[in-house]
Design a protein around this ligand. Structure first.
Ligand code: PLP
Length: 419
């Protein structure tokens, strides 16, 4: 449902009085103050409209208002959560893992690092310069030492540099591998990182918050090989509220070894009485969680099962094709453009000096916004920039576009953006 139509919603089946309806009308007006996220012309941040089915399922279950903390508060939706987590785990090749939904990728990553720390209280977090900023912050929250790992020019983790750090490591670290970086959409070389485990001891946490679902697509090599290696890692975060067609508030964290559930063990004097079956609160850090998130994801996955050749995968492939087509068109039209690996495009106007290029890119971004085409900007660091220019500062402002909607695979849209 496009938010522009909120004004027309009558909620006729709901027992709303006149005052309630008037408040809702005012709210509908206020909600117009947004970017047009549902429109094909919105190709800026990582924002994908939820599917109408998932919205309807969320709303339906909100009448029950289940709480998936414990079976006391959400019996049916806890079952749905266990079912969807099993399907997500099997997408990664896991048959007997542990996992649960979270409020988002940040919380999932926090839990994964926390479990790593419980497994080895002396551990250190190794994460690349391109990893999401959350890893540094959450390491601070958990009081785990953090070490930044260099990237190569493409923005992927530099495996040789990682190896040197592993040689020097005093204790087995947890290496955060990103499958789809937030800035450039690059996939860290997981298969090569796994090979290092033959010589050095370390744990691997994969942050696939954005890119996790692309494993269902036909990908070129070596990207496909890295996705096929996911079954060998220790933990994975994936965000159904990014590419999984869910409203915000739906992330997931999974652990390969179900025995790691022991780290969550705690006493609750208030809950867990209704059944000796597993209460999700016994294996989560968050307490109350919306059971409606599980209901919405379950309903969506009935319609769009996580199958390699299914309709869900083919919709994602449209985004991959969109990014590839957009990149080639940008080059033809005289832009600098970085070859996309997933569905994030990064491109720039050409000039000699970094300050001038940054200014031109900002102006382009603003001009497009006034024409109702919404893109994003990115500070590209010097070591990840493949273009020849005079550097006056360490970062270059470039244009970034996440082509998350199947409708973005349209040459007329690409030229409209780039002209
Ligand atoms: C790779 C990656 N990890 C983690 C996050 C944080 O996830 P969330 O915004 O769901 O907390 C993001 C968000 O864009 C991301 O791209």
């Amino acid at each position: 449902m496009d938010w522009k139509h909120l004004r027309e919603l009558e909620f006729s089946d709901l027992p709303l009085d006149k005052e309630d309806r008037s408040i809702l009308n005012t709210l509908a007006e206020k909600l117009q103050n947004n970017y047009p996220y549902h429109d094909v012309n919105y190709a800026g941040q990582m924002i994908k409209p939820p599917h109408i089915l998932s919205q309807a399922a969320y709303w339906m279950s909100s009448y029950v208002n289940p709480n998936n903390h414990a079976l006391d508060g959400g019996r049916a939706t806890s079952e749905l959560e266990i079912e969807v987590i099993k399907s997500v785990a099997s997408m990664f090749g896991w048959t007997s893992s542990l996992g649960h939904l979270t409020s988002g990728g940040t919380m999932g990553n926090l839990e994964a690092l926390w479990v790593a720390r419980q497994a080895n209280p002396d551990t250190v977090v190794f994460a690349s310069k391109s990893s999401h900023y959350t890893h540094h912050r959450m390491s601070e929250v958990l009081n785990i030492p953090f070490q930044e790992i260099r990237t190569d020019i493409s923005g992927r983790m530099d495996v040789q540099y990682l190896q040197k750090q592993l040689i020097n490591a005093k204790t087995p670290p947890v290496v955060v591998v990103t499958m789809g970086t937030t800035g450039l959409g690059k996939v860290d070389p997981l298969a090569e990182i796994l090979q290092l485990r033959e010589h050095y001891e370390f744990r691997i946490h994969v942050d696939a918050a954005y890119g996790g679902y692309f494993g269902l697509c036909r990908l070129p090599s070596p990207t496909a090989i890295h996705y096929d290696s996911l079954m060998h890692v220790d933990s994975i975060v994936i965000d159904p509220h990014k590419h999984g067609l869910q409203p915000y508030g739906c992330g997931a964290v999974l652990f390969k070894n179900p025995a790691e559930g022991k780290y969550y063990k705690h006493e609750s004097p208030y809950t867990y009485f209704t059944s000796t079956d597993l209460h999700l609160g016994e294996i989560t850090l968050e307490c109350s969680r919306a059971g409606s998130s599980a209901a919405a994801l379950w309903a969506t996955m009935q319609k769009f099962p996580l199958q390699k050749t299914g309709i869900f995968a083919s919709r994602l492939e449209e985004s991959l094709k969109a990014a590839n087509g957009f990149h080639k068109t940008a080059q033809k039209m005289g832009f600098w453009s970085i070859k996309p690996e997933l569905d994030i495009c990064v491109f720039s106007l050409k000039a000699k000096n970094s300050s001038e290029i940054s200014r031109l890119n900002r102006e382009f971004f603003e001009r497009k916004a006034t024409n109702n085409i919404h893109l994003a900007l990115l500070k590209l660091s010097k070591e990840n920039c493949p273009w020849n220019l005079n550097w006056e500062q360490e970062e270059l402002v470039v244009i970034r576009s996440v082509l998350m909607k199947p409708e973005h695979n349209d040459p007329s849209f690409w030229s409209k953006v780039l002209k």
